[in-house]
Design a protein around this ligand. Structure first.
Ligand SMILES: Nc1nc2c(ncn2[C@@H]2O[C@H](COP(=O)(O)OP(=O)(O)OP(=O)(O)O)[C@@H](O)[C@H]2O)c(=O)[nH]1
Ligand SMILES: C=C(OP(=O)(O)O)C(=O)O
Length: 210
């Protein structure tokens, strides 16, 4: 065990503007609900990880704030509303001396045991990241207390995190690495096993849900 009491920070964009690359995977009327379902499944798995003691969701989306608070997250307003990395930095700043782990809200197959294993793999190192399934993006970025999270999410973020000194964490963590940006990603996450909320939504879409 590398210590307990991680604070997880998860950003959620306004649903109407989120996950544009995923549009078309379900009927347009269900798109926002799909994005929210993925965030709920990601958060549920994060909160089921025994090393995580708090989850902060940085969002200006009222529907997401309410649904995720129901699962146990604390909502942080997205200020200064300057994009994903600013949102993560804001959440990290509120973690007050605790270790911080940043995750995107698009990991609907995430298994708590894989998150536990990845946090444990950080061991004594100050800051580390897990690359996504493509190898170019980042699924998780973690920093020990007193270490700046310094998030550099975005295209090519795995390389950016490595260049900034974060240690690459290697392990067999397919559910942690499977972020969902496209319909093909959703199929890959489905093969791994979707969380309940996303599975229900995808099922409803398949049977003509509106
Ligand atoms: N709070 C907040 N979250 C963001 C912002 N931009 C992205 N996110 C979240 O960051 C995570 C990863 O974002 P992306 O995969 O780049 O998502 P996206 O911009 O919704 O997707 P595309 O439109 O397909 O590029 C998701 O959980 C998003 O909801 C932002 O400006 N503020
Ligand atoms: C923002 C990132 O992810 P996505 O592939 O979800 O855009 C990232 O990997 O840094």
């Amino acid at each position: 065990m590398t210590g307990t009491g991680w604070v997880a920070v998860m950003p959620v964009k306004r649903l109407a503007m989120a996950k544009t690359r995923l549009r078309g995977a379900v009927p347009a009327s269900l798109h926002d609900r799909l994005v929210l379902a993925m965030a709920r499944d990601t958060l549920a798995a994060v909160l089921a990880c025994p090393l995580v003691r708090r989850a902060l969701v940085v969002t200006d989306e009222p529907a997401a704030a309410a649904a995720l608070a129901e699962l146990g997250a604390e909502r942080v307003p997205d200020r200064p509303d300057a994009g994903l990395n600013a949102a993560l930095a804001r959440g990290a700043a509120l973690a007050a001396g605790a270790p911080v782990v940043a995750l995107t809200a698009d990991l609907p197959a995430l298994r708590p045991d894989e998150l536990t294993a990845a946090l444990t793999a950080l061991s004594h190192r100050p800051r580390g990241y897990v690359a996504d399934a493509t190898g170019t993006g980042t699924a998780m970025l973690a920093a020990r207390p007193g270490v700046d999270l310094d998030p550099r999410f975005g295209p090519g973020s795995a390389h950016a995190h490595a260049l900034s000194g974060a240690v690459r964490l290697d392990g067999d963590w397919p559910s942690l690495r499977q972020d969902v940006d496209t319909e093909a990603d959703l199929a890959a996450a489905t093969a791994l096993g979707l969380g309940r909320h996303t599975a229900e939504l995808v099922g409803a879409a398949r049977y003509g849900g509106r």
